[in-house]
Design a binder for this molecule. Structure first.
Ligand code: NAP
Ligand code: GLV
Length: 309
């Protein structure tokens, strides 16, 4: 019998254990902190283990990330040189697309302005723009970006996207690489950031790039806080270069109570909840990778540490 060590910081540990018991009664699941024999652990499914923790399991074969992002694992300088599988599962993907559709519609339909009018007891129409005339751009055309594009396409938005490698996504004007970024920015009125945080993407939402968006553009960041230079975002909001921002992620989380983002009239803040891994579907995804590994098949969704994601 194989053993999986489970550590999550999310308060839903019981749901994971139930899902493992239902779907893999033959897999032994140990919950961190684990005091048994470290040599008994074959797999680890973790969110943010303390640095140095994972090197203590001599028979560990594969590390699974509870999340799609793996920057929490990159912080461990002693992370063993084992395959790391990111979380790619339909529940997480669906949740992100819900968030993106909600946030895009929020900006597209001027809800920040209507909320302000409501506070002030004003009743004024703002001219509606047809979705087919609204240009929405997605930074990051990976699992989450492509699904969000598919869901946004239902409304008829003009969609574009940007990735590292060249892509051909139906219904999306695809740009890639450093050279493609300028064109992407120039045509993006509502920008959705769904990039991983890597040395290349660090601070990509900065004064220069925000300045290349059409005046009055809106920014949605559901990737990682490290993508944004927060003072530059605030300056662009204050100057009117940006008409609004919906921010789920921040450089410092929890966002400190005195952050200007909380009270800025053109900002919606959510506490890193754009999407959550859903235990039932995530356990199925992990078990499929364990099955592949044990059958000698290639693992999917592994992290390339050279690329950083
Ligand atoms: P993914 O499938 O690996 O996709 C990442 C995308 O970003 C790919 O299209 C990739 O390009 C592109 N990219 C990476 N580095 C780039 C660069 N330097 N220049 C241009 N494009 C670059 O990842 P995913 O599953 O979609 O997840 C994306 C991120 O969402 C995660 O890393 C995580 O940080 C974030 N996330 C946030 C939440 C939340 O609740 N806020 C939840 C889940 C995930 P290629 O296609 O060419 O590789
Ligand atoms: C959440 O932020 C994730 O990376 O899954």
């Amino acid at each position: 019998m194989k053993t999986l060590l489970f550590k999550s910081d999310i308060e839903r540990g019981g749901l994971w254990l139930d899902a493992f018991a239902d779907q893999a009664p033959d897999l032994k699941v140990e919950v961190w902190p684990y005091e048994g024999d470290p040599a008994a652990i074959d797999y680890a499914l973790v969110w943010a283990p303390p640095a140095g923790e994972l090197k203590g399991y001599p028979n560990l074969k594969v590390i699974f990330s509870v999340g799609a992002g793996i920057d929490h694992l990159k912080k461990d300088p002693e992370l063993p040189a084992l395959p790391v599988v990111r979380m790619v599962e339909p529940g997480l993907t669906a949740g992100m697309s819900e968030y993106v559709v909600w946030a895009v519609l929020h900006h597209h339909r001027f809800l920040l302005d209507y909320a302000a009018q409501q506070r002030e007891g004003r009743w004024e129409e703002i001219n509606q723009i047809a979705a087919r005339r609204r240009r929405v751009g997605i930074l990051g055309l990976g699992h989450l970006g492509q699904d969000a594009a598919e869901k946004l396409a239902v409304f008829g938005f003009q969609l574009s996207g940007w990735s590292r490698s060249e892509k051909d996504v139906p219904g999306v004007r695809c740009h890639h690489g450093e050279k493609g970024l300028n064109d992407f920015l120039a045509e993006t009125e509502i920008l959705v950031a769904l990039l991983p945080w890597t040395p290349e993407t660090d601070g990509i939402l900065n004064a220069e790039t925000l300045g290349q968006l059409p005046k009055g553009a809106a920014v949605i960041n559901a990737g990682r806080g490290g993508l944004q230079i927060e003072e530059d975002l605030l300056a662009a909001l204050d100057s009117g270069q940006l008409s609004g921002a919906t921010l789920d992620v921040f450089r410092e989380e929890p966002l400190p109570a005195d952050s200007r983002f909380y009270n800025h009239p053109r900002v919606v803040v959510t506490p890193h909840i754009a999407s959550m891994t859903i235990p039932e579907t995530a356990v199925a995804a992990v078990l499929e990778q364990i099955r592949r590994f044990e059958a000698g098949e290639a693992l999917q969704h592994t992290v390339d540490f050279e690329r950083g994601y």
